[in-house]
Design a protein around this ligand. Structure first.
Ligand code: AP5
Length: 224
């Protein structure tokens, strides 16, 4: 299965992509996670992307495309993959099409998570991450046992740099301008499905699995 999750910041792409990847043995590829790891490790790439991400802008296409192509060509991607946050503009979508074509592959399904903007803002503003081990929390959904401290390592829980209100609004603006046109692009390719991303995490995941079932990508009895 070769899947792609589309949707605005806070729609639940990361949450759902990880669950689907784990359940069906697919490689989860999320450029946002890759960039955050580089920032944490203090690499050259990390220094380059840190400011861009904190401002809510997109990392340049050439850098992002190169990173994704490397992941897609890795042995772990052989059983299939779930893309989460790539592509984010038409140039990246064309690059993805070209790189898959070179391997004789194509996307099976693009899942567009639809959530109203006020709910998106609420979700992103209640997210916290552990400064030490990176474990994510959401103060509304899964708060830590001790306020401000990670349940796993005791590290301090902080707000992601790009989850500050002004940056979230800039990420929405970039989404509407650059990423939203991909809905039409993939609809024209005939592989877009829109899924209501509201409701609890498991119920959204069930709706996604129903789409996979409808498209014949999973078999109910064996895979669900
Ligand atoms: P990235 O990490 O991809 O951020 P994003 O797309 O803005 O996504 P988010 O992580 O905010 O939201 P999500 O939809 O994944 O939702 P999540 O599951 O986390 O990108 C960050 C930055 O990296 C970009 O701004 C850019 O600078 C750079 N970048 C990344 N990709 C790039 C690319 N292709 N090109 C160039 N630059 C790129 O959930 C959000 C919150 O909501 C969580 O707290 C979660 O617990 C909660 N939640 C999830 N589901 C539910 C639910 N059903 N009900 C209630 N709460 C929920």
């Amino acid at each position: 299965m070769r899947l792609l999750f589309l949707g605005p910041p806070g729609a639940g792409k990361g949450t759902q992509a990880k669950m689907i990847a784990e359940e069906f043995g697919l490689l989860h590829i999320a450029p946002g996670d890759i960039f955050r790891q580089e920032v944490k490790a203090g690499t050259e790439l990390g220094h380059l992307v840190e400011g861009i991400m904190a401002e809510g802008r997109l990392v340049p296409d050439d850098i992002t495309i190169q990173i994704i192509e490397k992941r897609l060509n890795s042995p772990e991607a052989r059983n299939g993959f779930v893309l989460d946050g790539f592509p984010r503009n038409l140039a990246q979508a064309q690059a993805l099409k070209d790189m898959l074509e070179r391997k004789g592959e194509r996307l099976d399904l693009v899942i567009d998570l639809v959530v109203p903007e006020e709910e998106l803002l609420k979700r992103s503003m209640s997210r916290r991450v552990c400064a030490k081990c990176g474990k994510p929390y959401n103060l509304n959904l899964d708060p830590p046992e001790v306020e401000g401290r990670c349940d796993v390592c005791g590290g301090e829980l902080i707000v992601r740099d790009d989850d500050k209100e002004d940056t979230i609004k800039e990420r929405f603006r970039v989404y509407h301008e650059e990423t939203e046109p991909l809905r039409e692009y993939y609809a024209k390719c005939g592989i877009l499905v829109s899924v209501d991303g509201c409701g609890d995490i498991d119920s959204v995941c069930d709706k996604i699995k129903m789409c996979l079932l409808d498209k014949g990508l999973i078999r109910e009895a064996k895979d669900r």
